[in-house]
Ligand binder design. Structure first.
Ligand code: G1P
Length: 297
């Protein structure tokens, strides 16, 4: 199997208001809320790095400077930890700044995910023919789906997304794919014939939903200029992808069968935190015992 890498730039949209997490997100960006002790956006940056990205391009909004600051070295803090012999903490605070080159662009108005992604075009090099986009609300586990998507782009060209199976009751919260088989030898890869953002359950073309991981051909920027306001009154990335398909551009999905957590709402965030904590040697055993006791009450 070839070792395809995702595109050099991994774009992370982090400009949202985090309204589902108020009041916590009044002053703390949602992307910095800890999954155990590590901000969700750091986990996503680690995923991008392991798939071969070189640069993290964070889309932020006025007043959310803390998101980018998390990836900047804090020499005073590092010095203090080193002086106190806190080596394991030192390694933890050094992790985020050491992962990838970091840059940011500002989305100055909350006009939707499509508009946000459109803001990064001028920050790309002329030689970059595609971008990866990772939504920090989505944790897709185990890792590896981005690499499978890169292999799919190497084979078919165009754009490649990650799909997960979602029940009928929840499908209207997602971008939903209309698909057909691509090659019987790789049943987890499907060709996308159409895509619709947040359809009513009875109008959803399938149960395959977009899970916040995209490899987008640079042609996406032309499509983003053409779309008009869509679901929720926002400029939707899904609508630009649907337009690429209409124009005959190849779009495929890799169907992911592992875990996916939605950090974008308190319920999903709690599940992610518990899931991660149970796997940790430092917190797992005690939490497991306490949960058992608590659930028996
Ligand atoms: C966004 C996308 C949607 C995708 C979802 C995955 O929606 O617009 O297509 O399925 O992320 O989490 P949001 O959750 O921001 O409403």
């Amino acid at each position: 199997m070839s070792q395809s890498k995702i595109p050099r730039t991994a774009v992370v949209p982090a400009a949202g208001l985090g309204t589902r997490f108020l009041p916590a997100t009044k002053t703390v960006p949602k992307e910095l809320l800890p999954v155990v002790d590590t901000p969700g956006i750091e986990l996503v940056a680690e995923e991008a790095k392991s798939a071969g990205a070189e640069r993290l391009l964070i889309i932020t909004s006025p007043g959310k400077d803390g998101v980018v600051a998390h990836f900047v070295q804090d020499l005073v803090l590092e010095h203090t930890l080193a002086a106190r012999g806190k080596e394991s903490m030192l390694a933890k605070v050094r992790n985020a700044p050491s992962l990838l080159e970091v840059a940011s662009v500002i989305q100055d108005q909350p006009l939707g995910l499509g508009h946000a992604v459109g803001c990064v075009e001028t920050a790309l090099g002329d030689d970059e023919d595609a971008i990866a986009v990772l939504l920090p609300d989505d944790l897709v586990l185990p890792g590896g789906v981005l690499s499978a998507m890169a292999r799919t782009r190497a084979e078919y060209g165009g754009s490649v997304l990650c799909a997960i199976e979602v029940d009928d009751e929840k499908i209207s919260a997602y971008g939903v794919f209309d698909v057909e088989d691509a090659d019987p030898a790789t049943p987890h890869v499907k060709r996308v014939k159409g895509m619709v953002e947040k359809p009513a359950a009875d109008e959803a073309p399938s149960n395959l939903a977009a899970a916040g991981r995209y490899i987008l051909d640079r042609k996406i920027f032309d499509a983003l200029r053409e779309i008009t306001t869509g679901a929720g009154g926002e400029l939707q990335l899904t609508d630009a992808i649907a337009l690429l398909i209409e124009k005959g551009e190849p779009v495929h999905v890799v169907v992911h069968h592992g875990t996916r957590h939605d950090l974008g709402n308190p319920g999903g965030y709690l599940k992610a935190a518990v899931d991660f904590a149970l796997d940790r040697d430092d917190y797992g055993p005690e939490l497991r015992a306490w949960l058992r006791e608590r659930l028996d009450q």
